[in-house]
Write a protein of this length. Structure first.
Length: 737
């Protein structure tokens, strides 16, 4: 019995032999025992091989099984396979059998394409890469294989490089799926070789988690049909590839740069969260449909979009074009849909050639224009879906018209989806066709329209007030001439302040901001928008729909009424600004009957993007900007106790050495010039293509001077006004409606 127990103890002691850690201290061959400390005379399957702060080029990597391979403290190690045939280096020691710290690099290479190494993570083992691992050589098909699901993890900050000469699928093309995981901020950079997915879709050897990167640096298609990427970058100037397939593609962030050209032509859906096309990169998209769920940024690159597009994110989506970039919805692009309750912003003009589907969310155009249709032969069609369809704010909407329409065309052929913070839709229906077709350009101006020309009388309704919420501006362009034609106009006065009796509201009209309000055409009793038949406006039950028929000119339209029935309160009765020394002084007057809760002074350096400069939760009527820049814009936001808000007109001030120029009105502008002396004055109006449209020169007198542009007959749009006053240059961005 004692001999038996001694034998068991001997077996236990033998099997509990501790793993040995061997540290590389030599040079040359992997198999030379003296290159390791302690001397590695008899390799064992549980050996731990350590490279600690060394730079080493090691030859003769054999087929061998060890416990763990560790690189740490800025180690830079190259294994060269110079045996003919394939070698498998197996790591089988459990957790972290391959551990490369964040400052270390491992390279698997060869000088002959028949010298192939497979780095294998055995079953029940796992590898964690924090640093960099490189595979390459003379056309070699090295592999990095995981046996179990998730057995190889590239941690945040790590990199795998498929270097020049590498070929094939790095993680293999057979066996278990999902063996490799790239975590956020890790990357796979492909300078050579095939795609990393390996298996037939939808199966894949690799999972790219959110925030990880696949960077394509070789002129081959990396594999798309049925695949899911996190972030994908194509950055090689010679890149020119097409990718087709019948399965959906999912990409979190797509980045195309360095003059790379890529064409998607899938017969299924391309899902992209964010897209960045820059530095002369080009994306040609002819896929069946494309869903953008995040930002679309064109920064010097080009997007040619010729497939169905849907913008349907859940946070605000930015559609931006910067520099010399181009964003083209091609003539064959079937439809573009906006469906995001959080809304959209755009810093560029957008043209939708065919079908525009508005489902949800405000489209803030940042002073730019959204156009529906291309010409009289391709008018474009508008569709409203959902309970809160999208609309254009802080910019203009333009569409093509020809021939006559009916009430059935109110939205599809005639709708003008504009507004401010909420929808203020308009629709123009030509009962008698215009003499020649062209476009209408529309916007809703969220400014107090003033009361020049009042009172007016419409039947039994005394019109002594125009709603201070704002007004519509609709003008003709591109050759549209009403001539002998006439039209009906429909205006949704959604959430206008001070309305209690819809039937007592009247649509009024004026030529421009400097003209009197008047009545044109035939008044139709204002109705609840939800009662219109056909029922296009059911989402706006209780909101006024103003209608007037038989009109034949276009200009500005407002909501008039009797203030004893519909209050339509006047909030702001005056607003001015002037430069005094190094300060800008703003003054305004608020109607004493207004129930004001807060006044905010808004300041901008471009006239479109405003930030809060000062606010106060009670009545005040002046403010001094002690940090006045030489070129600045101001407007007021006034809030009342009912939670309603109003915006003033915009005032722009440019301070020159001896003179101050104020742009009092951004739409159909006028200049106020305060000059210390009689001065020479000249300017040019230039379009965005650099063409000079108008020039003017005159003498400015000492004191106050006003310059207007109403006789210039300039088409609607954004222009640059370059001028000289007393030999000092100034520039304004102006907008004509």
């Amino acid at each position: 019995m004692k001999h038996f127990l001694l034998f068991i103890v001997f077996l236990i002691i033998t099997n509990l032999k501790a793993q040995t850690t061997y540290t590389w201290t030599g040079t040359g061959s992997f198999g030379t025992a003296l290159n390791w400390t302690p001397t590695r005379t008899v390799p064992a399957i549980d050996d731990i091989l350590l490279f600690d702060g060394v730079t080493a080029s090691i030859t003769d990597l054999p087929t061998q099984t060890i416990g763990k391979l560790i690189l740490q403290n800025n180690s830079n190690v190259t294994f060269t396979t110079n045996f003919v045939g394939s070698r498998t280096f197996t790591l089988s020691g459990g957790i972290n059998v391959l551990n490369i710290d964040e400052n270390s690099n491992l390279t698997i290479s060869s000088t002959v394409n028949t010298h192939i190494c497979t780095l294998l993570v055995a079953s029940a083992s796992s590898a964690s890469i924090f640093g960099t691992i490189n595979f390459g050589g003379a056309g070699t098909a090295h592999r990095f294989i995981g046996t179990d699901v998730g057995s190889i993890t590239f941690e945040s900050g790590s990199t795998l490089n498929q270097n020049s000469g590498f070929n094939g699928n790095i993680f293999g093309n057979t066996g278990t799926a999902n063996t490799v995981i790239f975590k956020a901020e890790s990357e796979l950079v492909a300078f050579s070789g095939a795609n990393p997915f390996g298996l037939t879709q939808p199966a894949s050897k690799v999972i790219f988690q959110e925030g990880s990167w696949f960077r394509q640096r070789v002129n081959t298609a990396p594999g798309f049909s049925g695949r899911t990427y996190a972030n994908l970058e194509i950055n090689i100037s010679t890149y020119n590839q097409n990718s087709i397939g019948g399965n959906p593609v999912n990409i979190d962030t797509l980045k195309i740069t360095s003059a790379a050209t890529f064409t998607f032509g899938f017969t299924n859906t391309l899902n992209i969260n964010k897209a960045y096309i820059q530095n002369a990169g080009t994306l040609n998209n002819t896929s069946n449909s494309t869903n953008f769920k995040g930002d679309l940024i064109i920064n010097g690159g080009t997007l040619n979009q010729n497939s169905t597009v849907t913008f349907d994110g859940t946070v605000i989506q930015n559609i931006n074009r910067n520099g010399s970039g181009n964003l083209n919805f091609g003539a064959t692009c079937p439809s573009v849909t906006f469906d995001n309750a959080a809304g959209f912003t755009s810093n560029t003009n957008l043209t939708i050639p065919n079908l525009l589907i508005l489902t949800n969310g405000k489209i803030d155009m940042g002073g730019n224009m959204l156009t529906l249709g291309l010409n009289l032969a391709q008018l474009g069609t508008l569709v409203y879906t959902g309970t809160n369809p999208s609309w254009v704010a802080n910019g203009t909407f333009k569409r093509w018209y020809t021939g006559a329409q009916t009430i059935a065309d109110l939205i599809s052929k005639c709708g003008l989806p504009i507004g401010d913070n909420v929808e203020k839709f308009a629709s123009i229906v030509f009962n008698v066709a215009p003499s020649s077709g062209g476009t209408l350009t529309a916007s809703f101006v969220n400014q107090w329209p003033e009361t020049a020309g009042l009172p007016l009388t419409q039947g039994l309704i005394d019109i002594n007030r125009v709603g201070s919420t704002g007004y519509w501006n609709i003008i003709t362009s591109d050759g549209l001439n009403v001539g002998t034609g006439n039209y009906d106009i429909y205006l949704l006065a959604n959430q206008f302040v001070g309305v209690s009796d819809l039937s007592q509201l009247v649509l009024v009209k004026r030529d421009d901001n400097l003209s009197d309000w008047s009545l044109e055409g035939t008044h139709i009793t204002t109705m609840d928008a939800a009662t219109l038949n056909p029922p296009f406006w059911t989402a706006y039950s209780g909101q006024p729909l103003l209608v007037r028929s038989g009109l034949n000119t276009f200009s500005q339209f407002g909501v008039g009424g009797d203030s004893t029935i519909n209050e339509l309160p006047i909030i702001l009765t005056s607003f001015s600004a002037q430069n005094i020394g190094s300060n800008n002084v703003l003054d305004w007057t608020i109607n004493s009957n207004s129930k004001i809760s807060k006044i905010t002074v808004l300041k901008s350096f471009d006239g479109f993007t405003f930030e809060n400069a000062y606010s106060q939760n009670n009545m005040f009527n002046s403010w001094i900007d002690y940090n006045a820049n030489s070129h600045v814009f101001y407007k007021l936001k006034i809030e009342n106790l009912d939670g309603e808000s109003f915006n003033s007109r915009i005032i722009e001030i440019i301070k020159l050495q001896k003179n101050t120029i104020s742009l009092i009105q951004l739409n159909n502008p006028k200049l106020n010039i305060k000059s210390e002396n009689e001065s020479s004055f000249s300017y040019s109006i230039i379009d965005l293509n650099g063409r000079i449209l108008k020039t003017y020169s005159n003498t400015i007198f000492k004191g106050e001077n006003t310059i207007t542009f109403e006789d210039f007959n300039i088409s609607s749009g954004i222009y640059i006004l370059n001028g000289t006053l007393d030999n000092q240059e100034f520039t304004f961005k102006i907008y004509f409606e």
